[in-house]
Design a protein around this ligand. Sequence first.
Ligand code: NAD
Length: 493
Amino acid sequence: MSHRTGQGRSLSPWRPGQSAASPDAASSAASHDAPSALPRLCVVGLGKLGSPIAACLAAKGFTVVGVDTDPAKIDAIKQGKSPVFEPGLDEMLARTAGRLTATADLAAATHATDVTFIIVPTPSEADGGFSLRFALPACRTIGQALRSKETPHLVVMTSTVMPGATDGPLRQALEQSSGRRCGDGWGLCYSPEFVALGSVIRDFLSPDFLLIGQSDAASGDRLESILRQTVENKPAVARVDSVNAELTKLAVNTFVTTKITYANMIAEICHRLPGANVDQVTAALGLDTRIGAKYLRGAVGYGGPCFPRDNAALSSLARELGAQARLAEVVDQTNRHGVQRIADLVYSHLPSGPTRGRVAVLGLSYKPHTDVTEQSQGLLLARTLADAGLDVTVFDPAAMNNAKAVLHDAVKYAADLRQAVEAGDVVVAITPWEEFKTIEPTWLSRPASPRVLIDCWRYLDAAALSAVTNYVPLGIGPEAPAAEAIDRSLRVA
Ligand SMILES: NC(=O)c1ccc[n+]([C@@H]2O[C@H](COP(=O)([O-])OP(=O)(O)OC[C@H]3O[C@@H](n4cnc5c(N)ncnc54)[C@H](O)[C@@H]3O)[C@@H](O)[C@H]2O)c1
């Protein structure tokens, strides 16, 4: 555990009544009313990450004011409803017991609270870096409120930002608008979350580790105390300067994308190697503690709102510094190639050649349990096949509306799973939704020209489906020649 203390600035003492209480306080507060000793929290940005975090903090006993510029999100929170699609969020909101409110007034929320978490968008720029166009205005409003605030305040940047942003432009915006230097009654931390959509609540409450970039030790202590009172496990904590926390966030996600891409490379080799089975190889690989079993599935590429852009941001940073990040660039290129790899597999199975035929794509969200289609392999595959002139029908249990907004009339939208399956000569299950396990073999059955079913995650019922289709599990090689055949060929040689 590192305890570097940033630039050594320290706050005026965190007075009783404002300080985070003992680690047990939050859990006891969850069953009683929130004790006044708990800091009051503000969460700016009630989107896919901010609303589950606000709900979890309030469910754990903190008084939380949520702030957003979108009236629909404010109304949803006020009514105790999820403003975004996230499993378990409705249940978590039901546990907040009146401790979570919402408003558009960030200045008032800053005055009424002790700690502000900023969780606004930081969109990717053309060069791969992250824009601060939402974060800076939020910081200026918070700073203006701090100008007249008499009690200490902690500002926590949770949004993903480029290394140098927190202690650079964000601190400057807060200092200029407040008229107070960082450390003069307010502190600043950068603390990102490593969560995946669809499991944000579980990931937030049981993190592998806490990452805190701090302007000073007291600010880091304060944030660590809040997080420890919220999480349900005992994670290690890395306490560093904000620039090192910012780089660590990008480094973690780039490492994970490298691992995913590595497993996909092994899957591609296995798919062509007689007798090979990627699951046998990755299961053994994962036993090596230097490697570990997570993210070694060997299937299709990564997508979503974090992995692709964090990878690109690391490359962008390296370019800006005159350093090399070829590994990150190759991972990105290889991941993009992944969609073409699946498209080529589809073409190879089309009965009427690569420019004619009907394909069904099952899965448009970038992973199960979310409606987000950003950089999703299913959506990219559907577009690639439609651009090639094929008749493409798509289906997803949650992401149809988001897909329609991108694909428009380039594809057909099935009303349900069965309609999609029946619409394809080749059917590709590309997002591993559990619902696809309910595919009935009878929907696929077609004696004259059996359908092809490409199972990208090798999770469907292979035996039942093989009986009625040409079942193609990605990452499983053609049958190995029988042992005697090998023997004979050796003798001939
Ligand atoms: N979604 C994830 O899984 C995830 C994971 C890790 C990190 N992040 C990071 O978290 C940040 C937020 O991501 P998200 O997915 O929640 O975005 P989002 O677009 O779902 O939500 C952002 C919310 O912020 C609101 N907002 C914008 N400007 C505002 C302002 N000035 N004041 C108040 N509200 C404002 C928007 O109306 C929106 O509701 C990004 O930096 C992202 O990279 C997201």
